[in-house]
Design a protein around this ligand. Structure first.
Ligand SMILES: Nc1ncnc2c1ncn2[C@@H]1O[C@H](COP(=O)(O)OP(=O)(O)OP(=O)(O)O)[C@@H](O)[C@H]1O
Ligand SMILES: [Mg+2]
Length: 299
């Protein structure tokens, strides 16, 4: 039994996490699985940063994003696309009230992890692309990693005012910071400028009202927050209390059990916490069962 398996079983028993329907989800890392085409080892392609145009519209270079290992909308049958179909299902079901009732703000989803580099941004962007590409739902991707923002950089979007400017100045409106993209169902809110009181801004009443407003006014929109690591700063924990669902990304075979336990304890007030094992090797799943890649078949 792996150390993470132990941690998750214990947390499950304590009712701290909800792994319904997501138990077989594990995202392999191409570098760890020679059977998968290793796109990450190719030299990183430089984005030409795009500036927002009229109506705050940005065009994303989808080819570069796909070459960097993200979901390619021209390749709906890829293994990665299939993995994200499985990941999004329980999250979307919770929003539609199919499985769980009584979740506050179920359409707000926080992607967090214990430590840096476990794959939060990778998961946030892919989840957003998967939902925006394939479902009759709009997705708003918010870069709430305000200390170390990377959504705009990864999407090749030039820096523009975002969450911090909105929180800092009540004259800045939601539509001032909302970027529409050339994928009609996907919009983005960047982190904005660095701010020495960013933690205070994230825990402000204005942030709470922002979460309430986005959740209530846009019930059909799924809002994904990319966050900083839980155990490095307090910001992720603050954000976790604002959202209905939390996805805890765990880097397989890297993150020790005590670290996972500590994160799960910090998330104990959250309505739904789902764990997602990232960067797995081919033959492993969340519970250490033999996981056969491509198990879910192609869509
Ligand atoms: N399953 C995966 N397959 C391929 N590449 C991955 C996978 N998970 C993460 N990566 C890559 O690993 C690197 C670190 O991931 P990422 O930036 O998403 O982590 P993070 O948790 O957001 O880090 P930080 O805490 O610094 O914000 C990135 O280059 C990302 O593209
Ligand atoms: Mg990140």
């Amino acid at each position: 039994m792996s150390i993470i398996e132990n941690a998750l079983k214990k947390a499950n028993k304590q009712g701290l996490i909800d792994n319904r329907n997501i138990e077989d989800v594990a995202i392999p890392h191409p570098e760890l699985d020679p059977a998968i085409e290793n796109k990450q080892s190719e030299p990183m392609l430089a984005h030409t940063e795009v500036q927002k145009g009229p109506d705050n519209l940005v065009s994303i270079n989808w080819e570069i994003l796909a070459a960097e290992g993200f979901i390619d909308h021209n390749d709906a049958k890829s293994q990665l696309a299939e993995e994200f179909r499985v990941i999004k299902r329980p999250l979307v079901n919770n929003i539609q009230g199919v499985d769980v009732n009584g979740i506050s703000r179920p359409n707000l989803i926080l992607i967090c992890s214990s430590l840096p580099g476990e794959g939060k941004t990778f998961i946030s962007i892919n989840l957003a692309l998967s939902i925006a590409n394939e479902m009759d739902k709009s997705v708003l991707l918010i870069d709430a990693d305000v200390e170390k923002p990377s959504i705009s950089k990864q999407l090749g979007i030039k820096q523009s005012p975002g969450l911090i400017e909105y929180l800092e100045n009540d004259k800045v409106t939601f539509s001032d910071i909302l970027l529409k993209t050339d994928l009609p169902n996907l919009s983005v809110i960047p982190a904005g400028k660095r701010h020495k009181y960013s933690t205070e801004l994230l825990s402000s009443q204005r942030m709470y009202l922002f979460a309430e407003e986005v959740s209530r006014r846009y019930k059909d929109r799924i809002v994904i927050f990319d966050s900083p690591p839980l155990l490095v700063a307090t910001q992720a924990q603050i954000l976790a209390e604002l959202v209905g669902q939390v996805v805890l990304v765990i880097a397989a075979e890297e993150t020790p059990q005590n670290v996972v336990n500590e994160s799960i304890a910090k998330l104990s007030n959250c309505d739904v916490v789902m764990t997602l094992l990232n960067k797995t090797r081919k033959e492993m799943d969340l519970y250490g069962h033999s996981y056969s890649y491509g198990k879910y078949g192609h869509a």
